[in-house]
Write a protein that binds this ligand. Structure first.
Ligand code: FES
Length: 154
C-alpha cells in the first residue's frame, strides 16, 4: 500500500505515529521502513525527523532492513531463556540455517529477538508476524515452520 493512503487514514496528530508506522510497515512485502518514508511521516505529522527515527530505532518491531514474509521473534527474557524444554534461539537458527537478524535465502523467514512477549506462563514462546506460539518443543517448532513453508498462513 502506498504511504499516502495509510497517512490519509490518520489524523495529523503525533499520538498516531506508532500506529501509522506499524500499519505501513505491515503493508509492505519487505516489512521494513526507509529513510525517505520516515521523513514523509515526520512531515505529515509535523514532528522532527529525529523523533521519528528514534522511535523506529527504539522498538524492535520496526526495521529499516528488508525482511522476510514471516518475521519470527523469539523471546530472550529469563522465563523463556531458562526453559529446559528447548533452546529456542539455537534450534531456530539451526532449523532455518540463519543467524538472528538474518533472512532466509528464499525471503520467507527473518529471525529476530524480542523482549518478553507477555506469554511467560507458556514459556518458551515465539511470535510469527501476529501469531504467538507457546510451550515450544523442538518437534512443535519443526511443525510450525513446516506449516509456514507450506504457506498455510498467507
Ligand atoms: S519471558 Fe518469554 S514471554 Fe515472557
Amino acid at each position: 500500500m502506498e504511504l499516502e493512503k495509510v497517512l490519509e487514514r490518520f489524523p495529523k496528530e503525533q499520538t498516531y505515529l506508532i500506529e501509522i508506522l506499524l500499519d505501513y510497515q505491515k503493508s509492505k512485502p519487505t516489512q521494513h521502513l526507509t529513510e525517505n518514508e520516515l521523513k514523509e511521516v515526520a512531515n505529515y505529522l509535523d514532528v522532527p525527523e529525529s523523533h521519528v527515527f528514534s522511535v523506529v530505532s527504539f522498538y524492535s518491531f520496526f526495521s529499516m532492513e528488508p525482511r522476510g514474509k514471516y518475521i519470527i521473534q523469539y523471546c530472550r527474557d529469563v522465563p523463556c531463556h531458562i526453559s529446559d524444554l528447548i533452546n529456542v534461539k539455537e534450534t531456530l537458527e539451526t532449523l532455518l540455517d540463519i543467524k538472528t537478524g538474518e533472512t532466509t535465502e528464499d525471503q520467507l523467514f527473518t529471525l529476530e529477538y524480542s523482549s518478553c512477549l507477555g506469554q511467560c506462563d507458556g514459556a518458551p514462546a515465539i511470535r510469527i508476524n501476529d501469531k504467538i506460539y507457546r510451550n515450544l518443543t523442538k518437534n512443535k517448532l519443526q511443525m510450525v515452520l513446516a506449516e509456514y513453508r507450506g504457506d498455510h498462513h498467507a
